[in-house]
Design a protein around this ligand. Structure first.
Ligand SMILES: *Cc1c(COP(=O)(O)O)cnc(C)c1O
Length: 232
């Protein structure tokens, strides 16, 4: 498990270099450890190395881990597609949702979020490539969804998230990230005080940081290759 600590410090070096090259403040970039498909022992090893924010894609799998670990210092981010019948569990157990793309789901998360908890932090997932098979709203539809979310008192709209289409074309990926940042600027100009750009994964975090990412979501570069996952 010292391997995870080594991977974490190598990642921190990558983030530092990219931030430095882009002339950005290191403090403005957060690392999210994406622990989907990996067991609690790996999360604990990562936590022992100082990491507190973890991302998960599958509700049942995440709940097992959250309830096993029962550690209020840990912060949980939901990244996967959201089914209506899972909104209560997500609102009760997570701190962040990065994959919001429908008003109906926003409304249900808002209703289920306890008034005693801090508001649920939200990123709208945007489909930057226009591929029909991909999740996320079209860029032009982010405005109406942002307006809707900002009227819900138990949700706090923080920013935008995207997953570019798989490609070796680094210029194309950089363009997607840059377009997401431009969309964030347009939303800020409309009065939404967004402070988060959730973009960049194991293979493209440098490009994402160059283009303004404030949160990189890292799985494989931290935990190793993912075991194939049973459908949930
Ligand atoms: C799995 C996943 C990641 C992590 O991807 P890696 O390539 O393993 O770094 C990041 N974001 C989302 C939304 C994911 O589903």
């Amino acid at each position: 498990m010292t391997e995870i600590a080594d991977n974490l410090s190598a990642l921190q070096t990558r983030i530092q270099k990219a931030a430095f090259a882009a002339g950005r403040d290191l403090e403005s970039i957060q690392l999210l450890a994406v622990s989907k498909t990996f067991g609690v022992e790996k999360i604990l090893a990562c936590q022992a190395a100082g990491q507190l924010a973890f991302g998960e894609n599958y509700v049942q799998e995440a709940l097992l881990k959250i309830q096993t670990l029962q550690d209020p210092r840990l912060q949980w981010h939901f990244l996967g597609p959201i089914q209506s019948n899972k909104t209560r569990l997500i609102a009760e157990h997570f701190d962040w949702v990065h994959s919001l793309e429908r008003e109906k789901i926003a409304q249900r998360l808002n209703e289920a979020r306890s008034p005693n908890a801090s508001p649920l932090n939200i990123c709208i997932e945007v489909n930057m490539s226009g591929e029909a098979s991909k999740s996320g709203v079209k860029p032009q539809d982010a405005f109406a969804l942002a307006d809707y979310i900002s009227r819900l008192p138990r949700l706090l709209l923080r920013g935008l998230m995207c997953i570019p289409e798989p490609t070796q074309d680094t210029a194309l990926r950089a363009q997607r990230f840059s377009e997401l940042r431009q969309l964030q600027q347009a939303l800020i100009a409309r009065g939404h005080p967004l402070d988060t750009l959730s973009m960049g994964m194991s293979d493209d975090l440098e490009e994402a940081i160059t283009e303004g990412s404030t949160l990189v979501r890292i799985g494989r570069a931290l935990f190793g290759a993912r075991p194939t996952h049973p459908n949930q």
